[in-house]
Ligand binder design. Sequence first.
Ligand SMILES: NC(=O)c1ccc[n+]([C@@H]2O[C@H](COP(=O)([O-])OP(=O)(O)OC[C@H]3O[C@@H](n4cnc5c(N)ncnc54)[C@H](OP(=O)(O)O)[C@@H]3O)[C@@H](O)[C@H]2O)c1
Length: 264
Amino acid sequence: MIMVAGATGNVGQPLVRMLAAAGEEVTAVSRRITDAPPGVVVRQGDLASLDFAGMSAVFLMVPGAFVPLDEVLGRAKTAGVRRVVALSSQGVVTGRHPAVLDDSVRRSGLEWTLLHPGAFASNALQWAESVRSSREVVAPFADVALPVVDPEDIAAVAAAALREDGHAGKSYVLTGPAPITPRGQAAAIGSAVGEPVRFVPQTREEARAIMLGFMPPEVVEVTLDVLGAPTPAEQQVSPDIERVLGRPPHPFAEWTSRFAGAFK
Ligand SMILES: NC(=O)c1ccc[n+]([C@@H]2O[C@H](COP(=O)([O-])OP(=O)(O)OC[C@H]3O[C@@H](n4cnc5c(N)ncnc54)[C@H](OP(=O)(O)O)[C@@H]3O)[C@@H](O)[C@H]2O)c1
């Protein structure tokens, strides 16, 4: 049985679907989960107190809030879990974020795989309301490009690492196939909804004021640094999705056509 934590999230939801479609037995966990594809075991629970009995592999994602990771992974090992695939961040590789999750996973004694995605395509959902109401995207750093990654591609790599041998001890940097700017994302959303979407530039200060409403201050500054002044490594396209999946990552336009309904 494979446990997917964060099962209602951008990555967890498609991961549960892919594992179930591949015929795996899956337990989908989050604090408020209520449904999942047929055959999937649904379990409400907090990451800090997961029960791993009967699980052979676990997909672990850790939200901003503190989770006692060494203890959680120790309980997984004691319960007989063999494999963990953990959703970390490219920011750990580039030194922007502390390696708290990575360090715990590496010393867990489990067969581990670490996923290091760059910025998610799904972050564009923050513009869904303004696109719906006024066909506008309001964002800073209009012309700074990042190779945003489709969470579905992250899920596909996670599914491979959970199901197949050959991924133990590997870390994968996960990006989209090409850098795209916020202005370019607004245009792609316009194409998906079939109407022009206007790009409205925002200053760093305006963006910070809004982000402070839903993110801790230190995360806000790092995020603004990545969005506004990415390093060459953060702008580079990684070959890892194609290496693992045998196909290139999805372009941003593919994500927008799948999520067009959110912007209409
Ligand atoms: N967004 C980006 O650009 C980006 C880039 C790199 C890395 N990341 C990393 O990706 C992760 C976020 O992944 P995502 O976008 O798939 O997540 P998400 O869409 O934000 O969903 C979070 C999931 O975790 C569950 N959850 C939250 N707190 C929980 C808790 N205490 N116990 C159990 N379940 C909990 C949520 O469901 P409930 O609320 O029902 O519990 C939900 O299923 C973060 O670790 C972030 O650092 C994000």
